[in-house]
Structure formats: structure tokens, C-alpha cells
Write a protein that binds this ligand. Structure first.
Ligand code: UDX
Ligand code: ADP
Length: 464
């Protein structure tokens, strides 16, 4: 089966970049990305390609090349579903905030809505691809809904988990370590559907890097991959605290450990804590699934990764307060970086949100600078925590457009995102304009201790 029309439901951090790359690499396939959020679609269609809603290096160039040729953004969900041979579901699946599984299970409300909509619109057979990170066995639920509420048409459900990391999404999509496709390997129709998706990716990914498995292995592989990655960060973060007590340097430890080819060097960077939309959500999901099968030890094992991460964020903030003579009340503190990592404007679960909340509880006056995150987003993140009213947050927090302005007359600076530009700042000038003693807290191991101490900073970095 040759795919001519693809529809992707959800124009977010996953759907947008993934479809842009598919459209670029498969110019003969029409790709329509739909979303119920009109504003988001309008931004994707903005004639000024720099104004697309997601910042990813290299993305705007691809959108410029493919948009209007074979890449379209629309709010007309039904017509896109109707035309498509293959439908990707890339809607958000946040952790449930209510009812059974609250705080742990994934909320599948949006997925179910999509399934029902596909079932009601579809007039011919379609392949439905789950692209969002989903709990194991979601495909089975999707199939149930599609088969029982549809117009008698047949659906093949594939799981095609996303392994792109934000900030490097375009490169990850163009040169993936592997593409994983799960499907019904026991039936001819299932195999045909998998082949159809394989042939899309094979336009640019070497065939040996495209793995096919059964649906459940595919779904569970995604959760496992993220759990392993997050576990590495929590492991090195745990060592960072021990380093601070013993005088070891976490970077030296990471280098030594990472040179063991069995361990490998990546994902061993100590930090103020991992953020992003996936790690915490996926591990909570894993914990929930394990618990639901009565596997308490498995659940506890993975939950510890999250506990360590929460501890790291709290510990960093508590340490700031302690170093500043146990009080930050009324003190101006500059936060450099709000995104959960560099080269993205995504702030979901960013450590900056929690560190700031902690400092605000201690009545600090916080000034934030991030090169890509909007003021509106920063307040929305703080308000979402529900610790304070919007009015209070706006009274205590100021968002500014330059790092110099953020640091002016401050007592302390916390570097919370590893943006390259923070390395290049005129730190001497910054120091001059701060109140003394001037504290510099490096939550990302971004800055060189020696040069900062020479300038005069009271310098603290995670893990020494
Ligand atoms: C992750 C997975 O990497 C990706 O494969 C999956 O598809 C989605 O989830 P993402 O969350 O976008 O991607 O970014 P990632 O690079 O994994 O970073 C996650 C968090 O961990 C960031 O806050 C990052 O700063 C932090 N991190 C990462 C560390 O603190 N130390 C490290 O060594 C690596
Ligand atoms: P992700 O990081 O998983 O891509 P985002 O929140 O960035 O998550 O994107 C998910 C997108 O899916 C949002 O823009 C949201 O408006 C969209 N969405 C959610 N439910 C539906 C739906 N039923 N139909 C169309 N779009 C939807």
C-alpha cells in the first residue's frame, strides 16, 4: 500500500517537527497537520516563518521549504482525517490530575476523543499511528473504540514512538539511532500497514535502523528508553550531592565512569534536575502500570528516579537560601534560563519553575531572563502550580529582555538553563553591577569556577 495523504492530529512539539521532516523527505506525500488550537495553527501558517510556535534549530528552514508544497497546517480536523490514508495521533497525554491514577497515570481523554472523531469521519480503511507517548496497551483501547464505533471501515493500529529530544529534534528526526514501529505482526493486514510506514521512513533512514516489533513491545520500549535516560541523570545527580560532601568533582567522576564503554559518556551531566514533558510523565506511567500488576518492587525502584529529581531541585534552592545567610526575603535574585534545556522554548516541568517557586516562598524578589520563553509562558507556569495568585506572582516576579538587566542590582544569580549565550556574558560587568557579596549558583555546570571566583563571585556549582 502506497501512502499518498498523511494527517497528523496535534501540531505540538512532536507533531510539528516530525511532520515537517516527513514532508521534506517525502515530497510526493501530502502531509496535513491539524489542531483544535486555532491560534497555534495560525502561528504555523504565519508568512514570517520565524514566527512558527515551536523553536527548534533548523525547523523554520524546513517549514519554509515544504509549507504550501506538501505540508499544510489546518484546523479542519475532519476533512484531513477523511482524506488521509494514514493518521498520526500526536496529541498531548499529560499525567492525570484527577480520579483514579491521579498524579501517575496518563490522561487518555484527548486520545479517546481523537479515536472517536476518526471513527465517526472515516469512510475508507485507514492506518492509525500512535505517536504520543502512551501507556502500554493504549493501542488495544484505540482499536476497541475504532472498531466498535466506526462506520464498518477497517483500521490498523501502529505504535511508532517518538525518540526526538527537544532542541535537537530536526537532527534526531533526520538521523535517528532507530525508528521503532509496532504493529499486528501476526496478520497480513498488520504487516502491510507496517510496511507502509516503513517505506515512509525508508525514504531517508537506512532500512536496518528501522525496527519492527509487536505493538506492546514498541509501547513499552518507549517508556523504558525514557526511564533509563532519566535514571542516568538521577544517578549522576545523586553522586553530585555526595561529591559536594566529599570534595570530589562530579564532572571528573562522570568522565571517568563514562569512559567505561559499558556505561558510555552520554547523559551523565549533573544538573539542577531533569525537566521536559516526557521523563517524569513516562516514569510515573511505568510506576502506575507496575503497581496495577502488583509489582511493588518494580514500581518503587523507578519511583526513586523521580524522588531523586525532586530532591535535586529542592536541594539546589535550599542551598541558595542557606548560602545567602539563611534569608532571601526581599533580596533580588536573577534567574537565567527558564526552558527545561537549551535550544527550546518548551518549559514543561522545567527545574526553573520549582526553584523559583521555592525562592518566592522565601519571599525573594525574582527577575527572569530566557532568550526564547515568553513572559506570558513564565507566568502561566507559575500560576499553574497554584502556590500563589496571578497577581502575587506578577508582584514578586519580573521578566526582562536581557541578562544584564536581570542581574543589575541583584544579590544572586542562578543559571538554570544551559543556553550557550550565558557562557559568553560579560561576567566582569555583571559582577560590577551586583550587590556584594555577589552569589553565582550554577545549576548546569556551565561556567568555569576559577574565572568566576577570580572576578569575585561567591560561586557554587552542582557537584562542586
Ligand atoms: C527525552 C528523550 O531524550 C527523547 O528520546 C524522548 O523522545 C523525549 O524525552 P527531551 O525531554 O526532549 O527528550 O530532552 P532530553 O535531552 O532527554 O533532556 C531531558 C532533561 O534531562 C532536560 O531537562 C535536560 O537538561 C536533562 N539532562 C539531560 C540532564 O540534566 N543531564 C544530562 O546528562 C542529560
Ligand atoms: P507534544 O509535546 O506531545 O507534541 P503539545 O502539547 O505540544 O504536546 O501538542 C499537542 C497538541 O495536540 C496541542 O497543540 C493540542 O491543541 C492538540 N490537540 C489535543 N487534542 C486534540 C484533538 N482532539 N484534535 C486536534 N488537536 C488536539
Amino acid at each position: 500500500m502506497k501512502i499518498k495523504n498523511i494527517c497528523c492530529i496535534g501540531a505540538g512539539y512532536v507533531g510539528g517537527p516530525t511532520m515537517a521532516v516527513i514532508a521534506q523527505k517525502c515530497p510526493k506525500v501530502n502531509v496535513t497537520v491539524v489542531d483544535i488550537n486555532e491560534n497555534r495553527i495560525a502561528q504555523w501558517n504565519d508568512p514570517d516563518v520565524e514566527k512558527i510556535p515551536i523553536y527548534e534549530p533548523g525547523l523554520s528552514e524546513i517549514v519554509k521549504e515544504a509549507r504550501g508544497r506538501n505540508l499544510f497546517f489546518s484546523t479542519d480536523v475532519e476533512s484531513a482525517i477523511d482524506k488521509a490514508d494514514m493518521i498520526f495521533i500526536s496529541v498531548n497525554t499529560p499525567t492525570k490530575t484527577y480520579g483514579i491514577g491521579k498524579g501517575m497515570a496518563a490522561d487518555l481523554k484527548w486520545i479517546e476523543l481523537c479515536a472517536r472523531q476518526i471513527a465517526s469521519v472515516a469512510k475508507n480503511d485507514k492506518i492509525v499511528v500512535e505517536k504520543s507517548t502512551l501507556p502500554v496497551r493504549t493501542a488495544a483501547a484505540l482499536k476497541d473504540i475504532l472498531d466498535n464505533t466506526g462506520n464498518g471501515v477497517r483500521f490498523q493500529i501502529l505504535s511508532n514512538p517518538e525518540f526526538l529530544a527537544e532542541g535537537t529534534a530536526v537532527d534526531d528526526l533526520k538521523n535517528p539511532d532507530r525508528v521503532l514501529i509496532g504493529g499486528d505482526i501476526d496478520t497480513t493486514e498488520g504487516k502491510e500497514a507496517m510496511d507502509a510506514l516503513v517505506s515512509i521512513y525508508a525514504s531517508w533512514v537506512p532500512r536496518e535502523n528501522i525496527l519492527t516489533t509487536n505493538v506492546w513491545s514498541s509501547e513499552l520500549s518507549k517508556l523504558t528508553a525514557n526511564a533509563f535516560l532519566a535514571q542516568r541523570v538521577s544517578s549522576i545527580n545523586a553522586m553530585s550531592e555526595l561529591c559536594e560532601k566529599t570534595g570530589a568533582d562530579v564532572e571528573e567522576v562522570a568522565r571517568a565512569v563514562g569512559m567505561d564503554s559499558r556505561v558510555g559518556p552520554k547523559f551523565l551531566k549533573a544538573s539542577v534536575g531533569f525537566g521536559g514533558s516526557c521523563f517524569q510523565k513516562d516514569i510515573l506511567n511505568l510506576v502506575y502500570i507496575a503497581k496495577s500488576f502488583g509489582l511493588e518492587e518494580v514500581a518503587d525502584y523507578w519511583e526513586q528516579v523521580i524522588k531523586m529529581n525532586n530532591h535535586q531541585k529542592r536541594r539546589f534552592a535550599a542551598n541558595m537560601v542557606r548560602k545567602m545567610y539563611n534569608t532571601v526575603s526581599g533580596k533580588k535574585i536573577a534567574i537565567l534560563g527558564w526552558a527545561f534545556k537549551k535550544d527550546t522554548n518548551d518549559t514543561r516541568e522545567s527545574a526553573a519553575i520549582y526553584v523559583t517557586d521555592y525562592l518566592l516562598n522565601e519571599q525573594a524578589e525574582v527577575v527572569v531572563y530566557d532568550p526564547k520563553v515568553t513572559e506570558e509562558q513564565i507566568f502561566s507556569d507559575l500560576n499553574y502550580l497554584g502556590t500563589r495568585s496571578d497577581e502575587e506572582n506578577r508582584r514578586m516576579v519580573t521578566v526582562v529582555n536581557s541578562p544584564m538587566e536581570a542581574c543589575q542590582d541583584s544579590h544572586a544569580i542562578a543559571v538554570l538553563t544551559e543556553w550557550d549565550e550565558f557562557k559568553e556574558l560579560d561576567w566582569k560587568e555583571i559582577y560590577k553591577n551586583m550587590l556584594k557579596p555577589a552569589f553565582l549558583f550554577d545549576g548546569r555546570r556551565l561556567l568555569d569556577r576559577k574565572t568566576k571566583e577570580e572576578i569575585g563571585f561567591e560561586f557554587y556549582a552542582i557537584g562542586n
